[in-house]
Design a protein around this ligand. Structure first.
Ligand code: 48F
Length: 261
């Protein structure tokens, strides 16, 4: 026989034990990133590379968010200078379509970004939806999660209580919906402006500049930043998502340092 002899029970035990171990280890993380799109993956990679214990929670089965498709169901990703340097870091090939405007293939770029986050040591909890926050005093201290399929089931058969994960810092990288922020808005703890009309020349700088702590313990990154601060929507350019992720990682490191003093 080509393969080693392994029975069904061994396969089942391998899955259950390894998943349980991972989940138990991440009942508390340094940083939980909600959303595995370009901003969340970029933040996760930067943090894990610096030895931070980081978990990405993603409601879909697949990671990458909007980074697979550039715009209008066409899989070419555009990036404006200087963010093409991030493509260099990730080893993603691109062409300069016009001065300062670079184009790359969505599937190639996205798979490389995902791999870079995994290689750096990010742990991933996919098919898991963040539905609420944990609050300690005046500070976000974790997230409330449930299996994504639970929210897709009819109400009468979904009496499935969620569980919670604790973290020193949470990053909302859920895109336009800013779902972690929304949990605070529902309680009157935060107000958001909702993103404004498209203006590509302004939007990217504005998103990167506004990336940071939006509520104690909660950092916003990527398109969630536009939603919180009423910034112009992005359009199909992705450099700001990658740079916002990096900036969110820097902000998280500062918060972690502050908490350890
Ligand atoms: O939407 P998404 O790609 O957000 P991003 O990283 O990048 C935005 C761009 O893709 C694009 C753009 C800029 O060019 O306009 O839209 O800011 O990725 C967000 C991820 O978060 C997941 C969602 O499935 C996606 O993969 N997500 C959203 N809500 C939840 C969530 C939730 N409640 N729990 C877990 N994951």
């Amino acid at each position: 026989m080509l393969f080693d002899r392994v029975e069904e029970k061994h396969v089942t035990r391998a899955i259950v034990e390894e998943f349980s171990r991972m989940l138990a280890e991440h009942a508390e993380s340094d940083v939980i990133i909600v959303g595995g799109g370009p901003a969340g993956l970029s933040a996760g990679k930067e943090l894990a590379q610096r030895g931070v214990k980081v978990l990405i929670v993603e409601r879909n089965n697949y990671l990458g968010g909007g980074f697979w498709i550039g715009g209008y169901l066409m899989n070419k990703i555009t990036v404006r200078a200087p963010a093409h340097r991030v493509l260099d870091e990730l080893g993603i090939p691109y062409t300069e379509h016009s001065p300062g405007l670079f184009v790359t293939d969505g599937p190639h770029a996205c798979s490389k970004l995902i791999a870079s986050a995994c290689d750096a040591g990010v742990r991933i909890l996919n098919m898991t939806k963040v539905e609420d926050v944990v609050i300690r005093g005046e500070r976000v201290a974790g997230v409330v999660i449930n299996w994504t399929p639970v929210s897709a089931m009819p109400r009468e058969i979904t009496c499935v209580d969620p569980v919670s994960l604790q973290a020193k810092v949470v990053i909302d990288a859920t895109g336009h919906d800013a779902e972690v922020v929304s949990a605070l808005v529902r309680r009157g703890l935060m107000e958001v402006r909702g993103y404004s009309a498209m203006w590509v020349e302004r939007s990217e700088d504005a998103v990167v500049e506004h990336t940071g702590e939006a509520y104690p313990g909660l950092i916003v990154a990527g398109m969630a930043v536009s939603t919180v601060y009423g910034l112009p929507r992005m359009g199909p350019t992705f450099g700001a998502m990658l740079l916002s992720g990096k900036r969110a990682a820097e902000a998280a490191l500062r918060l972690l340092e502050g908490r350890e003093e």
